[in-house]
Design a protein around this ligand. Sequence first.
Ligand SMILES: [Zn+2]
Length: 325
Amino acid sequence: MLKYQSSIRCRRLTKIECKNKEKMKSLKKFAFVAMTALALASCGTTQKVPLTGRTHRISVSDEQVLSLSNQEYTKYMATAKKSTNATNTAMVKRVGQKLATAVETYLKNNGFANDVKNYSWEFNLVQDNSANAFCMPGGKIVVYEGLLPYTQNETCLAIVLGHEIAHAVAKHSAEQLTKQQNQQIGTNILGGVLNQTVGNGVGDVASAVAGQYFSFRNLKYSRDNETEADYMGLIFAAMAGYDPQQAIPFWQRMANGSSTNKSDIFSDHPSDAKRIAALQQEMPTALKYYEATKPKTTTSTAKKTTTTTKKTTTKKTTTKKNTRK
Ligand SMILES: [Zn+2]
């Protein structure tokens, strides 16, 4: 009898031990998955954005991004209707190429040549009434015909193209992909682990919370990306010899039309007033790059020319041209 009771106790203990073992297994699994998540989230390379010097972590390779974007771009262009306006199409290609050349020269001279070594710039004008433009990673830029009434001239078109080129050069798409990848890992881990340890249903809530949390951060960073693209685009246009001061009236025109045109250019961006204020603050730097594209004038004389009359400006410029030669 005693022997029998002791055998039952023993079986009971074994069951408890089994439960403990299961718990330990679950905890070990949790720790393993969490460690994997951390490892995946922290891997990648730290890269520096040209011009701004901002550093960001990218966990997707150029090859991966370009492969995905090229597929998407090919699909898009297969269905998009190219503009039949030969003059405007030529203008988009000409201004775009001028910018791309200036940007690549800058990148080469400043140790960023590798950043765009796999890029292949393309500038297309398509039939669409939206005031919009976009850039795919790798330098595939598309302008909608509806944007041209706002740009009105080549200089303002250069401001938009500069902004789009900036998104490509700063690898904003890869940055967003990296964030989404990390967000996906976080969501899956939280959801999966809670489902295992607490029960079905709770994980879905956790996933939603995790999703919202990351969406908020992404939204914030997207705004930063837009602000960064504004700045870099302004400088790129100036580097290519386009007057950056034209950016102010252009963005004002776009702001006035923003209620009817909800374009990519406006998405996740700070208010129009903030955008214009930022551009005005950046203008002295942009003007330095712009003046540098004029071979016969210097920034030191530029200040004088703005305060003197047009007549004296012409005279002074001519004098300087002679003295420099
Ligand atoms: Zn943008």
